[in-house]
Design a protein around this ligand. Sequence first.
Ligand SMILES: Cc1ncc(COP(=O)(O)O)c(C=O)c1O
Length: 392
Amino acid sequence: MTGIDVAVVRSDTQGCDEVIHLNNAGSSLPPRAVVDTVVSYLEEEARVGGYELADRRSDDLDGVYRSVAGIVGATEDEIALLDSATRAWDMAFYSLRFEPGDRILTTTSEYAANFIAYLQVAERTGAHIDVVPDTPTGEIDVEALETMMDERVKLISINHVPTNGGVVNPAAAVGEIANRFGVLYLLDACQSVGQMPIDVDEIGCDMLSATSRKFLRGPRGVGFLYVRDTVIEDLTPPLLDLHSATWVATDRFEMRRDAKRFETWESSPALRLGLGAACDYATGLGLEAIWSRVASLGDILRTGLAMTPGVSVHDKGSVKGGIVTFSVAGTTARDVKAALAQHNINVSTSIAASTLIDMQQRGLDEIVRASVHYFNTEQELDAALAAVAGLT
Ligand SMILES: Cc1ncc(COP(=O)(O)O)c(C=O)c1O
């Protein structure tokens, strides 16, 4: 099917012997290279001291920025490493200064954490949140977005792939409009980075946030922010410390000029190195090859579920990726998840409050989310389909 040697990537992945992991949109199974990187660093830290090891390994730690930048087509100076995708996104969003009447344009499927931040800022500043409708096939309607543009639009802020379904939003078409109108564009790429090729120049976004633990297969507790070099100095982070800024005189500080102005001093070097190793692993396999296999496994699972009596598939979008959502008649999503766990199959559920507008528009409450990765096999999908069929 693709350029990925499934036997090799499975033998690199300890968890493949233990479980059928269809929760890669939650937190994927890391390859051995990632686990070894994190564990060996922690062990050495325990032997030689945290600050001392960070000094010794400073070249490797600098290299993480190169690895992450390579995953999104950025330069090292445009990358900030943070604790999570949400904190990364927050550092960008809360750097903007909104005035009464300023408009934020977003999607129907926006992630709750982002929308809560819009609401908070709208309440504080008098900015407006406008939700761009979807096309009949379910992605953000770029023509509608264009008609909604005016001089009061301060920010276009959308997700690339939502948390609750397979749709891939047309991020580059949105970028074309943002750039044409000279409006800042923030892309939540938490569910797309590691799943598909991403190039910030092709997309035309000014800021992009993502995590390590999902499709990149890195450790939990680390994420990153990309900020275009031409924009960095226009943004004042909501929080500063002695790493993001320097106390240059008793009455004055200066902020860093690179994206590290969005970081904090304290961090976990082990997790950062794990993220770097995950990026290198994905780059080694090739993002085109990863995307081709993920999309194709997603299609197989989606089609199989759609053919299973009593199962409704909920994915929208003319381009779909590895997140597959469904429900089973007569059973709750939680019970489906628990029943699949009995078969050693990991899935998760998506609740309405994670993507409230989209879920309300579609009359959905809680749905099952099965998310594939390239290391999953067709046999694993058959086993999952058989287990779901057994519930109806
Ligand atoms: C679309 C989307 N954005 C943001 C996030 C938040 O990521 P994190 O939990 O790393 O902060 C998620 C997490 O599921 C997500 O699905």
